[in-house]
Design a protein around this ligand. Structure first.
Ligand code: FES
Length: 385
């Protein structure tokens, strides 16, 4: 059976057949959505933690990481499994990432016929599907150009950097198939549609607060913290998170008090603060009891939003210390403005044809990680349009 390739022709056939046809049409452009991933069920928790604790790009333990890392992972597994049970048994990050990829590629197929058909792939760092799963599928599909698209809006060497180092290791070993072109999108902290999406979600939550209290509500932008060691090495993440916050406040255009705070500290080292829970506690002592909490560095719900923010802070802590009103803004998930943002970023990337950003190729001033040096050199040599 001959199937039409053009998107206008595809629109004339029934949806079920259109879906079938796009799955068997050779994709011209592959979009690899890169993220850390999260366990889909409690059986995956141990391996997930072990991969994190032994990832030297993500965490640098003071001694014998290959032994200490697995030991910490094993010790923490029951406590983390309990948290996943409390949010329904697993992380929804794969569900959201697949949906985001599908909606993004539908939009690209519709509006960018020159690079169509587009196909999404998922490459997680700590749970399947891994980079090797994504690139095995890409090779099988015979994709002409692959865009590796970080799903962390703000770049950190511990997150996007770690995933990109992992992809480098895999592709260096396997080789890039049949002259496929490769390019990367490594960060997008000030995308105006991303900011609009956050601003719209914030307005919705603000409007749920009685008018007499609304002006006093403090917007707490909460992002995953980093050890101060990484911050002082020059990791760009804190400044990029700050840039997103300011972009969102500009879009929001309200005289609302706001503060950037940091969450999810683990271990005994010093981390970037103020910590979200401590900030809420001290604001309450100052007499401020109305809050809007915004997960500003997560594009989909996962354990840090559903458990740490919703259960530990907005529910348990709030009740304990006498918070009057606290609302958590949803992650962007499948918000139409967020899908527009993803589309806008990829469209610009394909139009501007900058295969790799100069910012990505520039290492942190105090970087001592040899993985960063070799991986960035490799990307500078292989990325092209
Ligand atoms: Fe930032 Fe290596 S730690 S580039």
């Amino acid at each position: 059976m001959m199937l039409p390739r053009s998107t206008s022709a595809l629109r004339q056939i029934p949806a079920w057949l259109r879906d079938y046809s796009t799955t068997i049409t050779k994709p011209k452009t592959g979009i690899v959505l890169v993220n850390m991933g999260g366990p889909e069920n409690t059986d995956q928790v141990h391996d997930y933690l072990k991969r994190i604790m032994t990832d030297t790009d993500m965490i640098q333990l003071p001694i014998a990481q290959n032994k200490l890392g697995p030991w910490i992972a094993k010790r923490r597994t029951p406590e983390v499994q309990k948290k996943y049970k409390e949010i329904g048994g697993g992380s929804p990050i794969l569900k959201w990432t697949k949906l985001q990829g599908k909606l993004l590629c539908d939009k690209l197929d519709e509006c960018c016929p020159e690079s169509a058909p587009h196909k999404p792939y998922v490459a997680f760092r700590y749970v399947p599907p891994f980079s090797e799963d994504a690139f095995t599928e890409i090779e099988r599909d015979g994709v002409e150009h692959t865009v590796i698209f970080s799903q962390y809006p703000q770049y950190s060497c511990a997150t996007t950097g770690s995933s990109f180092n992992e992809i480098y290791r895999y592709l260096k070993k396997k080789g890039i198939s049949n002259g496929m072109k490769l390019s990367i999108i490594d960060r997008w902290p000030i995308n105006s549609l991303l900011a609009k999406c956050f601003a719209e979600n914030i307005k919705k939550e603000l409007n749920k607060i009685p008018e007499s209290k609304r002006k006093q509500a403090i917007i707490l932008f909460s992002a995953h913290s980093l050890p101060l060691k990484a911050v002082n090495r020059g990791d760009p993440y804190p400044s990029e998170v700050g840039a997103t916050v300011h972009q969102v406040m500009k879009e929001l255009d309200l005289p609302q008090p706001y503060q950037l705070v940091w969450q999810s500290k683990v271990g005994p080292l010093k981390w970037l603060g103020p910590m979200t829970d401590e900030a809420i506690g001290d604001y309450v002592k100052q007499g401020r009891k109305t809050f809007i909490v915004v997960p500003i560095a997560f594009v989909n719900e996962h354990i840090e939003t559903l458990h740490e923010l919703d259960i530990e802070y907005c529910q348990d802590l709030a009740k304990k210390i006498g918070v009057e009103i606290i609302h958590r803004v949803p992650a962007p998930n499948d918000h139409p403005l967020f899908i527009e943002a993803l589309y806008d970023i990829v469209k610009k990337h394909l139009k501007e044809k900058i295969p790799v950003s100069s910012k990505f190729l520039n290492r942190c001033p105090h970087c001592v990680n040899p993985n960063c040096a070799i991986s960035k050199k490799w990307y500078s040599e292989v990325c092209s349009f």
